[in-house]
Ligand binder design. Structure first.
Ligand SMILES: Nc1ncnc2c1ncn2[C@@H]1O[C@H](COP(=O)(O)OP(=O)(O)O)[C@@H](O)[C@H]1O
Ligand SMILES: [Mg+2]
Length: 234
């Protein structure tokens, strides 16, 4: 069993070495929890190891991402960024990767097919930001579920280690967490008026892991998890 390093300091210790390679994982949290940072940090780790990554962004444009991640000293030009963002109002999605881009009508099959075309062979890691946006394309929960399941199967077939980023609005109801091989949640909690960040590994098939909530911070070097510290002092 091969494990890959996440690039998030402290987390690999919680995972007993890292994520089992070649599987899809869910990373969830409220807006601002740090999901996109987590995703890019995961790809930057791949770059450091001489491997390749694809970041599919359905929310923010490449330019915005580049600016956001510059503070961490990350050069996102080292990963392939695929933009798949809705053009609000005209029912079109635009997909761009490097020089090429296509305008297309809102249609789920096009979208996943086009995303798939950009996942050229030789890619080691994929981040999809986010499946929440993907889900919004479907009129019904049943359709959304079927498509997400198909996306998870597709990602598994690629042999890549992949992260599905998801907005978390509710507790426990998310079906993605059942489908993925593992699930990590990033949280912002408030205690006596002070906000704290925390990370929990909710599920991880095939390996032992630290089940406790651990404190985390977002610093100018990215996300750090304090694997040896308790979130709440006894
Ligand atoms: N350099 C930084 N130092 C500390 N915190 C930061 C820094 N850059 C961003 N953040 C925090 O990260 C949050 C955004 O993280 P992001 O990954 O975009 O969240 P999400 O994708 O979950 O919505 C911001 O709200 C901010 O609190
Ligand atoms: Mg985000």
């Amino acid at each position: 069993m091969i494990k890959v390093k996440t690039g998030v300091a402290g987390l690999d210790k919680m995972l007993n070495g890292g994520l089992i390679a070649g599987r899809p994982y869910l990373v969830s949290g409220v807006p601002g929890a740090g999901k996109s940072i987590f995703g890019m940090q995961f790809l930057m780790q791949a770059v450091q190891e001489g491997k390749s990554g694809v970041y599919i962004t359905m929310e923010e444009r490449r330019r915005g991402l580049k600016q956001n991640f510059e503070v961490f000293g990350w050069d996102i030009d080292k990963v392939r960024v695929v933009e798949a963002t809705p053009e609000l109002g005209n029912n079109m999605w635009e997909i761009r990767a490097e020089a090429s881009f296509i305008n297309m009508t809102l249609n789920m099959n096009n979208l996943t097919d086009t995303i798939k075309q950009h996942l050229v062979s030789g890619v080691d890691r994929i981040v999809l930001d986010s499946i929440t946006t993907l889900k919004m394309l479907y009129p019904s929960e049943v359709d959304a579920r079927r498509e997400i399941l198909s996306m998870i199967h597709f990602l598994t077939d690629t042999g890549c280690t992949s992260l599905l980023l998801a907005e978390k609005w509710d507790d426990g109801r998310s079906m993605e967490s059942f489908l993925a091989e593992g699930s990590i949640e990033l949280r912002i909690i408030e205690e006596k008026g002070i906000k704290k960040r925390a990370l929990e590994i909710k599920k991880m098939r095939g390996t032992d892991f630290d089940e406790q909530w651990r404190p985390m911070k977002i610093t100018n070097r990215g996300i750090i998890v304090y694997a040896d510290e308790a979130l709440f002092k006894p």
